[in-house]
Each structure stands twice: as C-alpha cells, then as structure tokens.
Ligand binder design. Structure first.
Ligand SMILES: NC(=O)C1=CN([C@@H]2O[C@H](COP(=O)(O)OP(=O)(O)OC[C@H]3O[C@@H](n4cnc5c(N)ncnc54)[C@H](O)[C@@H]3O)[C@@H](O)[C@H]2O)C=CC1
Ligand SMILES: CC(C)(CO)C(=O)C(=O)O
Length: 314
C-alpha cells in the first residue's frame, strides 16, 4: 500500500529561488527553509508573500530553520538553492542533515553538484529557467518562465529519489522534466547565464539589452567560446552548433526574459560576490587547460571581478 505520509523537503539557502519553491511546494509537502533571519522574521510574522507567474498568495506554512538543530529527522529530501559562492559553507553547516539524504541542486553554473557529492551519496542535478527576485523580507516575485525545471541523477543510485522529487514538484504544479544527462543539462542552462548574466549585471540592464547590435556581438563571442570549450570537454549540448543555440537564444530565451534582471545583477547591486567563477570564469579557466582561446569570457569575468571589488564600479 502506498504511504500517505506527506513528504518533507528541506531547502538550503532560501532566497529568491528557494523561498519561491518553498511557497509552491508547501501546497503538497511539509517545507523547511534555511534562510536568513530577515526573511525568517517576516515569514513568521505574516507568512511568505509570493507574487507573479507562480501565483499571488501569502503562504503561512513555510517553517524557517536557522541551523541543523532545527531540522526534524522526518526530512526526505534536501534542495540546495544558495548561490554557488555559498555551496560549500552551507553543506558544511548542514553536513549532518545532508549525509545519507538525497540532495538536489537547482543552482546555476558548473561545480555545485561536485561539492554536494562530497557530503552525500545521492546527488540530483537540476536547472530552473525561471526568473525569481526578492522584493523584500519574506517577499518574492516570479516574473517569467521559459522552460520546465530539469532534474537528473548526478551520483549514487538516485533513480527512486529523483522520481519522488519530480512527483512532489509536479504535484505542486511546477513544470518539471527528468533529464537523463544532467551534466549536459547544467551546461545547457549555463549557456544562457554565460551569455546574459554578466552583461546585464555590468550594464544594469535587463536581459532585453542583448538584442542591441553591439551587445549581440559580445554575446555571440561568449557563446562561441563556450561551445568550443564544451566540445573539448566532451559535453553534448542539445544544439549542434553555436549558431543553432544563438538562434534559440535570440528567438526564445531573450524575448522570454527581455524585461527582467538576472540574478548576477542583484548580486552586484547588493555588493555580494557573484557566480562569475562558476560561469564565464570557469569557461576561461577550462579554455586555458584545453589550449582554447576565450578572450571574451576572460574579459567579461575580469570586469565583473573588478566591479565586485570596487563599490564605485557597480
Ligand atoms: N534568481 C533567479 O532568477 C535564478 C537563480 N538561479 C540560481 O539559483 C541559485 C540561487 O539564486 P537566488 O535565489 O537568486 O539567490 P539569493 O541570493 O536570492 O538566495 C540565496 C539565499 O541563500 C542564503 N544563504 C546562503 N547561505 C546560507 C546559510 N548558510 N544559511 C541560511 N541562508 C543562507 C542567502 O543569504 C540568500 O538569501 C543561484 O545559483 C542562481 O544562479 C537559477 C535560476 C534563476
Ligand atoms: C534564467 C535567468 C536569466 C532568469 O533570471 C537566470 O538563470 C538568472 O537570473 O540567473
């Protein structure tokens, strides 16, 4: 007989993505969210406020946790939604909770799953191609969605855990697909972030800025270099050539996100370290290892690092 127990999900690093996910999943699961005190206080006082394409509602059932001691043993699955710059720290903090539990990443960039795999046997890789932002304490906005979430087994015999997690997410009404090659899936999603995140962060512009003729030329270069490096790494992307992806980027993704600001924009504005080293910086470093020139990615990564370090440049 099927268990009627309500699944329990722990979200680690709940900000724009994690709180939005917590709000939706709490319709079908018991949700614990490890978030900062400013969010936890507001959520305890008046619930989590959500607006946008995932629905306008105030959710009173998200339980905020401030450390591993607050997490009950009933948790079935962990989802990491901290920025990639904080993956190791949050895994260290919650190591006792993660150990032995299936743990998924919905983060951008390359390298997070590898870190999580140091803490548990069963890792689920994931991508989310939706725009989320924090509007205030315990208040999130979900502004546009371009593709279903992708989830796939990264390591360990996670087939059953993957099926359960997909079931929870789908029953909450979030579009989600199983991905049989999630390593390529992460690169596929990273293409979009490599193409638009640093440009929008540096220019303080929404994603639609990419259609400007001069900006488009830079985007072209970033994507072509990434394709060359992906080829050398043996990553199979869903597009045969950089031109095929650029066509999809400008026909589908840029229009879908034209009016919104990517996550790196918010990081720079708020003086936080960005995920540049998991995106363009990663491509530049890998390019060097393979003897592939990546001047555009190197250049944009350098500009972002400069802006991170100089408040007057952001
Ligand atoms: N914002 C977006 O539209 C999208 C973001 N992503 C990716 O999802 C990930 C999360 O992005 P966002 O939600 O935008 O970032 P965010 O910065 O809004 O949220 C992360 C939250 O985790 C918190 N956090 C980090 N370490 C913590 C700890 N030890 N304890 C408690 N809280 C902790 C941070 O303070 C922050 O509030 C990133 O990898 C991002 O690139 C992916 C798709 C879309
Ligand atoms: C898809 C996009 C651009 C949505 O905001 C994103 O992944 C990000 O902001 O990092």
């Amino acid at each position: 007989m099927e268990s009627l127990k309500r699944p329990a999900v722990l979200i680690l690093g709940a900000g724009a993505v994690g709180l939005s996910l917590a709000g939706r999943l709490s319709q079908v699961a018991t949700v614990y969210a490890a978030c900062r005190p400013v969010h936890a206080g507001a959520i305890r006082d008046r619930g989590l406020v959500m607006e946008g394409v995932w629905g306008d509602r105030t959710v009173g059932t998200v339980a905020c946790v401030s450390g591993p001691a607050d997490v009950p043993p009933a948790v079935d699955v962990v989802v990491v939604t901290a920025k990639g710059t904080g993956t190791r720290a949050i895994c260290e903090e919650y190591a006792g909770v993660i150990r032995g539990r299936p743990t998924a990443s919905l983060q951008n960039g390359i390298g997070n799953e590898e870190i999580i795999a140091e803490y548990t046997d069963t890792v689920i890789g994931g991508t989310v191609t939706t725009n989320f932002s924090v509007a205030g304490p315990g208040h999130v906005r979900v502004l546009s969605e371009s593709a279903p979430m992708h989830l796939g087994v990264w390591s360990g015999g996670g087939g059953e855990a993957l099926g359960r997690l997909i079931g929870i997410i789908r029953s909450a009404g979030i579009p989600v697909e199983a991905d049989s090659d999630i390593r390529s899936g992460k690169w596929t999603k990273a293409l979009l972030n490599i193409a638009v995140n640093p440009i929008c962060a540096l220019l303080r512009a929404p994603v639609g800025a990419a259609v400007d003729e001069e900006i488009r030329e830079i985007v072209d270069g970033l994507v072509r270099e990434t394709f060359a490096v992906a080829g050398a790494e043996g990553v199979r992307l869903p597009w045969a050539t950089a031109d095929d992806y650029l066509d999809y980027l400008f026909r589908v993704q840029v229009p879908d996100f034209a009016a919104v600001y990517p996550s790196m924009y918010h990081d720079l504005r708020q003086g936080r370290r960005t995920e540049i080293d998991l995106l363009n910086g990663y491509i530049a470093a890998l390019g060097e290892r393979h003897g592939i020139a990546t001047p555009q990615n190197r250049c944009i990564a350098g500009l972002v690092r400069y802006a991170e370090a100089h408040p007057d440049a952001r």
